[in-house]
Design a protein around this ligand. Sequence first.
Ligand SMILES: NC(=O)c1ccc[n+]([C@@H]2O[C@H](COP(=O)([O-])OP(=O)(O)OC[C@H]3O[C@@H](n4cnc5c(N)ncnc54)[C@H](O)[C@@H]3O)[C@@H](O)[C@H]2O)c1
Length: 365
Amino acid sequence: MFKNTYQDKKVIVTGHTGFKGAWLTIWLLKLGAKVVGISKDIPTNPSMFEELKLAEKITDYRQDTRDAKAIQAIFETEKPDFVFHLAAQPIVSLSYEDPLETFSSNVMGTAHILEALRFADYSCTAVIITSDKCYDNVEWVWGYKETDALGGKDIYSGSKGAAELIFNSYYYSFFQNHSSVRVVSARAGNVIGGGDWAKDRIVPDCMRAWSQDKVVEIRSPEATRPWQHVLEPLSGYLNLGQELALNPKLNGESFNFGPKAEYSHSVKTLLQDLSEFWHFEKPTDAYQVTANIPFHEAGLLKLNCDKALFHFKWLPTLGYEELIRFTSKWYYDFYQAQENMWDFTLQQIQHYEKLAQAKEIRWTE
Ligand SMILES: NC(=O)c1ccc[n+]([C@@H]2O[C@H](COP(=O)([O-])OP(=O)(O)OC[C@H]3O[C@@H](n4cnc5c(N)ncnc54)[C@H](O)[C@@H]3O)[C@@H](O)[C@H]2O)c1
């Protein structure tokens, strides 16, 4: 997998105690990497990071990325071969409650990671993860390309657009001709999968409710989203790190990672399909619609992923039914079957790798 790029390499993952960071940490450990995690806290309870006892398997820093000196010191001590920067305040509703925390973590936090890399005298390949929300969402029907305008009418989107601008300025100012560091940015949309317990996200809200035999309340049942499993963009980020380490021409580029257009389904359909594991008499017993929409949420935003396809033949792996099964089964086993979730998560990653191999996706070589 990934041409053994990560075997025995030291990899810093920021945001490793969060949903995507925990999955990335586990996958990197499976690939033979030595993971160093940097996060300010453990954002949820329960958390995948704690359930799977990841602190025992990695070097675990509890550090805020807003402290530039402390971040610099960690990088100087660890001298990583790779960096995946995921640490951010990612919840749209919280960005309305605390815009300054969102901007300082998402924008200055990213600047501090790039600043620490600027002084690196060791070889390092860095993937800066932002979001599909970095694009100025003009609510058109076409997929957004990497060259489309950045923007953001809400705080979270603005913070991600700003992180991309900072990435771009750092690239042109310091990394274009850096002797040892290469950087790229990666933009992906909403992901689902086991082990997410974040606030105000539809799947964690459902799983919390269903595990207590409660009905979940939803706001916009007909809203359509391009659902994808967390392993899909993570395969893209790992693929990108691998390719960038080999190919200096990718330095400074940005890449989208998203699902195929046909994977867009309504919230209602998603919940009915996920609820099948939970033995409701009728799928419509699983949720209840409330008209309460407390803040602006942008409409459908699709990503055009032709660039990743062109450069390294990246494609999503899971079909919609597999996405549902991977997601619902993880939570069901966690709440009902009391599985060993470390083993179970590794099995899911292995299963995902096998499905990608069967589709002859290039990173599986
Ligand atoms: N989950 C999604 O659907 C999704 C979609 C698009 C982009 N993203 C992006 O992916 C990244 C990870 O998202 P997630 O869903 O795993 O989030 P999460 O809330 O589960 O985890 C966030 C992580 O960042 C850390 N963190 C937050 N602020 C920090 C700070 N100032 N200093 C150090 N650590 C800090 C937290 O401790 C945690 O480890 C974020 O950049 C997010 O914007 C997520």
